[in-house]
Design a protein around this ligand. Sequence first.
Ligand SMILES: NC(=O)c1ccc[n+]([C@@H]2O[C@H](COP(=O)([O-])OP(=O)(O)OC[C@H]3O[C@@H](n4cnc5c(N)ncnc54)[C@H](OP(=O)(O)O)[C@@H]3O)[C@@H](O)[C@H]2O)c1
Length: 265
Amino acid sequence: MTVAETTFPLPNTAGLRIPAIGFGTWQVDRTAVAAAARAGYPAFDSATMYRTERAVTGGLADAGLAPTDRFLTTKIWRSDMTERGVRSAFHASTRNFGVDTIDLLLIHWPQAAASNLETWKTMEELLEAGRVRAIGVSNFDAAELDALAAGSDTVPAVNQIELHPLRQRKALVEESRQRGISVTAYSPLGQGGPVLRDPDLTAIADDLGVTTAQVSLRWLFQKEIVSIPRSSNPDRIRQNIDLDGFALDDEQMARIDALPKQGRN
Ligand SMILES: NC(=O)c1ccc[n+]([C@@H]2O[C@H](COP(=O)([O-])OP(=O)(O)OC[C@H]3O[C@@H](n4cnc5c(N)ncnc54)[C@H](OP(=O)(O)O)[C@@H]3O)[C@@H](O)[C@H]2O)c1
């Protein structure tokens, strides 16, 4: 099975699974989405705040696909975190995507506990009504997960957090997984910054004949962490999902696990 075909379980759902890799759509246009769709990305990560939901559906259409052919995620922005706001944002997202049901709906950023809970309760109702297949959170720490759990029996399916070889979030990954919450890594390439120039990653990439971006994404895949890389460059869009012709051995995995040296673990 290829990386693009691989899915990971979402334990807190009725058997739903999430593709191991998706395409990040912050600041991308319809052309990039179409390139990603043609390259075989099985999922697309959007958000009300990105204003890219229409570009997702448009790009999929350009590639000959319907929005229901791919796993679609969107997020509730902080200004919509009331019962009324969530309902209105959700309906706008379904209109933008051109779907009745959204695969995964996330709280984009935690706010005050009462606001998180009001938002979550409304998302639970959308889940119960079958309008979303799974609900989750983003940028939640362990205390915020606990506060949500204190007010609701519905455990998030996903916690989407910034995570890459130089920011590994080991404690939060463990805290999330102990609760049965699947972790998605956003900015998996460190937004194209120091991660891609890291000397250890570069050395591993050179040994394997691949790029540092591919090493970062393969490391996440082998840790069973979903990643959602973004690119607007057709070659890099294809490169970031071309992760099947090589694997990291135990020594290479351990070397990357030991990388963060900035106290940002
Ligand atoms: N939940 C949240 O709060 C949150 C926050 C941030 C991001 N996200 C999601 O996560 C997605 C990905 O994160 P991100 O957009 O922050 O950054 P990212 O995917 O870590 O990095 C994207 C940057 O890396 C460059 N790049 C991509 N592939 C490359 C490659 N193979 N070689 C060299 N450079 C490469 C891109 O430039 P080119 O376009 O020129 O290739 C772009 O500048 C977002 O698009 C969004 O969907 C979520």
